[in-house]
Design a protein around this ligand. Structure first.
Ligand code: FAD
Length: 419
């Protein structure tokens, strides 16, 4: 299933990392692009995330995760919290998720995700270089910081598994780690340094990329909420309808609206079952020292990323209906959990708090492809906690699919109609 001919005008719904990356690749091919977002750039998950470009990272669907999720279901302060509720879409998502938490599926996922990893960083570097984007990008890996000595072996085992995909790592003792990063507490046992990854200031990157696509000729509109789609007599989609009634016509529509693609898909008669896994961040300044690179605090799953002269603590995974009031106790878990690993947090000042959604599929893999129910629409998203990392390469493959070309990675597992 593809377009009858390469599109000359494309409308992209959603100016997050996926939408903007797709726009950039299409503009390079001479396509007229209109990017529509209901919000100004700077609010989305693509701006509030931890900024770890963690290539070779595992998806959510790992052996044992579904059982742990079930156990944690009744504990609102667990790292992964699913609020129990009688909801058929949640139950079927959870059942499918459980079904995919096995080694065989993980191996299949990793073969593709690891291939995307190195490609996405090359694209990041190309975008940053060509567009002069100032976003604090550094390709210096990330550290899996382990508090309890008995967890070091398991942490190294995870890293060792990636060597077969061409990734490398280094094991650091607690002393080696503190020599490199004096902010680490004496109690910390050590770390695994995933040396191939990078980190960046996500909002600065996104704003830079938005400026670049506008300079390259894209029409970028915020306050433009898509509420419907226009179909031709043949059934193919030829545009979108905005709140207020305006129609924006196109030869193809890219649906890159993060977790909200699910609701928009329903308007098209397409099933895109996504769960929004909410996470939070808290931004701190005036710390005595900053870590040299991005950290993940192993036992708590909290990320601590240096962003210019501040530290962003980000994490927690909470599955509930969208747009529920913030759970302040979960936000508070970030500094509380990080204090066990990092010195000086008590005296830091909070400069920002934020919450946003990771768009999660039940099989842990993103979605990228056309759908039978809505010819002319390409769906792109569902990257869960890997969207910032994999957005640029997803955008490249999206442009290739729109032009009827073989994508730069194997998208078989990404089929839009599989769920
Ligand atoms: C706490 C946290 C930490 C994270 N850390 C990392 C990390 O370190 N590394 C990593 O790789 N990933 C991370 N992620 C995941 C990553 O942020 C997401 O996977 C990614 O940003 C999703 O990008 P997207 O473009 O698909 O969607 P989004 O960024 O959500 O963008 C979707 C856009 O669509 C717009 N939209 C929605 N509906 C409509 C409509 N009807 N009309 C018009 N516009 C609409 C929205 O306003 C939004 O701007 C993290 C996420 C969270 C929450």
């Amino acid at each position: 299933m593809s377009l009858p001919q390469p599109p000359r005008r494309v409308v992209i719904v959603g100016a997050g990392i996926v939408g903007l990356s797709t726009a950039w690749h299409l503009l390079k091919r001479g396509v007229r692009v209109t990017l529509l977002d209901r919000e100004p750039i700077g609010q989305s998950a693509s701006c509030g995330n931890a900024g770890l470009l963690s290539i070779g990272h595992y998806p959510l669907t790992r052996p044992g995760v579904s059982w742990r999720g079930l156990k944690w279901m009744f504990d609102a302060t667990s790292p992964l919290y699913i609020r129990p509720r009688p909801d058929w879409s949640l139950l079927s998502w959870m059942w499918n998720f459980h079904w995919h938490c096995n080694q065989r599926h993980l191996d299949r996922c990793m073969a593709v995700l690891c291939d995307m990893g190195f490609k996405t960083l090359s694209i990041y570097e190309e975008m940053i270089r060509e567009e002069s984007i100032d976003c604090d990008y550094a390709r210096d890996g990330w550290l899996d910081v382990v508090l309890n000595p008995e967890n070091m072996e398991a942490a190294e085992h995870e890293a060792k598994d990636l060597v077969r995909y061409g990734y490398s790592y280094r094991r650091l003792t607690g002393d080696e780690l503190r020599k490199r990063d004096p902010i680490i507490r004496d109690e910390v046992a050590g770390a695994i340094h995933y040396t191939d990854s990078a980190h960046a200031h996500p909002a600065d990157f996104l704003v830079g990329l938005a400026r670049a696509v506008a300079t390259r000729g894209a029409t970028l509109r915020d306050g433009a909420e898509v509420v419907g789609f226009e179909r031709s007599i043949s059934g193919s989609v030829g545009g979108v309808r905005l709140r207020g009634g305006e129609i924006v016509e196109a030869d193809a529509v890219v649906l890159a609206a993060g977790v909200w693609s699910d609701g928009l898909g329903k308007l098209l008669g397409v099933r895109i079952p996504l769960m929004g896994a909410r996470g939070y961040h808290i931004q701190l300044r005036d710390l005595p020292a900053l870590p040299s690179t991005g950290l993940v605090l192993h036992e708590t799953f909290i990320a601590a990323t240096p962003m210019r002269n501040e530290l962003r603590l980000a994490g927690t995974l909470e599955i509930d209906r969208l747009d529920q009031p913030w759970r302040r106790e979960r936000l508070a878990m970030l500094p509380k959990g990080a204090e066990r690993y990092l010195k000086g947090l008590e005296q830091a000042k909070t400069t920002a708090e934020w919450a946003g959604y990771r768009p999660c599929t039940s099989d842990g893999m993103p979605i990228l492809g056309f759908t039978k129910a809505a010819p002319g629409v390409l769906i792109a998203g569902g990257h869960a906690m890997l969207g910032m990392t994999l957005g640029p390469v997803t955008g490249k493959a999206a442009a290739e699919l729109l032009f009827g070309e073989k994508p730069c990675f194997d998208t078989t597992m990404f089929a839009a109609d599989r769920l």
